[in-house]
Design a protein around this ligand. Structure first.
Ligand SMILES: NC(=O)c1ccc[n+]([C@@H]2O[C@H](COP(=O)([O-])OP(=O)(O)OC[C@H]3O[C@@H](n4cnc5c(N)ncnc54)[C@H](O)[C@@H]3O)[C@@H](O)[C@H]2O)c1
Length: 352
């Protein structure tokens, strides 16, 4: 496969690990990265080690997404646990009030953009995509968003993406993403799929500081909270919720887009898909094995359940970022073949 260069929007728990994983992948060169306060662009390739060192401990775990329309920095709520200010602390970067705009300005020479931004406003990522389309970007956009309702917003933009030459791969993390793709494969034994059950386990003791953004978003899936609560809550309030559950939170019936993504791929009805799991911030051991179970009927009348399990040794970071980059490569293949529009993880086989 030809060389692929890419940008990462957001350098929090996910974006930083995406950059790190990419250094172990062939043919992938990160050329731009930004967070709320800074942007680094180098078309010859970023020095990932320097960028990771500069951003270590500077994880924005607040709920703000204030800069979607371009205003850039509302640093008032940004948590800075380290000495410096995220990407802006890198010698490769400049502080900016327009971080996403800076990447858009450089995007003529960027094959793919991985969007690792928070999702506390459901239209935030679709609006970021609009900005790329309005600027005439012709390339790949990949997100790792979780919420089902965002997929429709992206589908509504299909004509715009096709007109511009954008290949958008949506929901391309772990769940949705990797596990959605696994369900699509597991379904192949059946002529009718009755049920898809996705059950994840995440142990996050040592990775907790780096993944506060994801934990905050997960809290919005608890029955007593919603996305607005999760966005507005202080760090202390988030900690109080975690303490209330003694650090181990079980989630049921989560609004994860695996459901609509499997339906749009023709595999089953969205209502037949359930997603739940257990998050343990007190241990690095997974509290439960991540499993996809697909139950259906074969052409010759047997009912069976095909299962797909992740090894407990594989971390959330490995299972989000490996697939995100794999789907990014698959998106670039489509884009180079002239296929534009919106694709889900059940439509593509990720590259490696
Ligand atoms: N699909 C999956 O399996 C999966 C798993 C984990 C996380 N996620 C998703 O990944 C996303 C990122 O999670 P995270 O833990 O890295 O969050 P985080 O809060 O740690 O990081 C978010 C980053 O985005 C930056 N940012 C925020 N607003 C910005 C703006 N306007 N302009 C530029 N940069 C901006 C922040 O500075 C920060 O660097 C979330 O939407 C989460 O739901 C998906």
């Amino acid at each position: 496969m030809d060389e692929v260069n890419f940008a990462v929007l957001g350098c929090g728990g996910i974006g930083r690990r995406t950059l790190e994983v990419s250094t172990d992948k062939e043919h992938l060169t990160p050329v731009a990265a930004c967070d709320r306060n800074g942007a680094a662009v180098d078309h010859d390739g970023l020095d990932v080690d320097e960028l990771l060192a500069a951003t270590e401990g500077n994880i924005a775990s607040d709920g703000g997404t204030a800069a979607a329309s371009g205003s850039g920095t509302d640093s008032s709520g940004v948590k800075q646990t380290g000495e410096n200010a995220g990407v802006a602390a890198s010698v490769q970067a400049d502080p900016t009030e327009e971080p996403i705009e800076e990447v858009i300005e450089a995007s003529d020479d960027i094959d793919a953009v991985l969007i690792a931004l928070p999702n506390f406003e459901h239209d935030f990522i679709p609006r970021v995509a609009d900005r790329f389309a309005e600027a005439g970007y012709e390339g790949v956009l990949v997100d790792v968003l979780k919420r089902s309702r965002v997929i429709d917003m992206l589908d509504d933009r299909t004509d715009e993406f096709e007109a511009e030459g954008i290949t958008f791969v949506c929901g391309a993390g772990a769940t949705p993403g990797f596990l959605t793709g696994a369900a699509a494969i597991a379904a192949q034994s059946f002529v009718e799929v009755h049920e898809v059950e996705i059950w994840w386990g995440v142990g996050l003791k040592s990775g907790y500081e780096d993944n506060r953004g994801t934990v905050r978003e997960d809290i919005a899936h608890l029955p007593e909270y919603d996305i607005d609560d999760a966005r507005e809550m202080s760090d202390a309030e988030i900690e109080a919720v975690i303490d209330e559950y003694d650090g181990v939170i079980e989630f049921e019936d989560m609004e994860h887009a695996d459901d609509v993504l499997l339906e749009r791929a023709g595999i089953c009805d969205a209502e037949d898909v359930t997603v739940g799991g257990i998050l343990d911030v007190t241990s690095d051991e997974k509290p439960t094995t991540t499993t996809v179970r697909v139950t259906g009927t074969t052409f010759d009348g047997e009912t069976g359940t095909n299962s797909f399990e992740l090894d407990d040794a594989t971390s959330m970071a490995a299972n989000v970022n490996g697939p995100a980059l794999g789907y990014l490569k698959a998106g670039v293949r489509r884009n180079r073949a002239g296929e534009y529009g919106v694709f889900g993880p059940a439509d593509l086989m990720p590259g490696f």
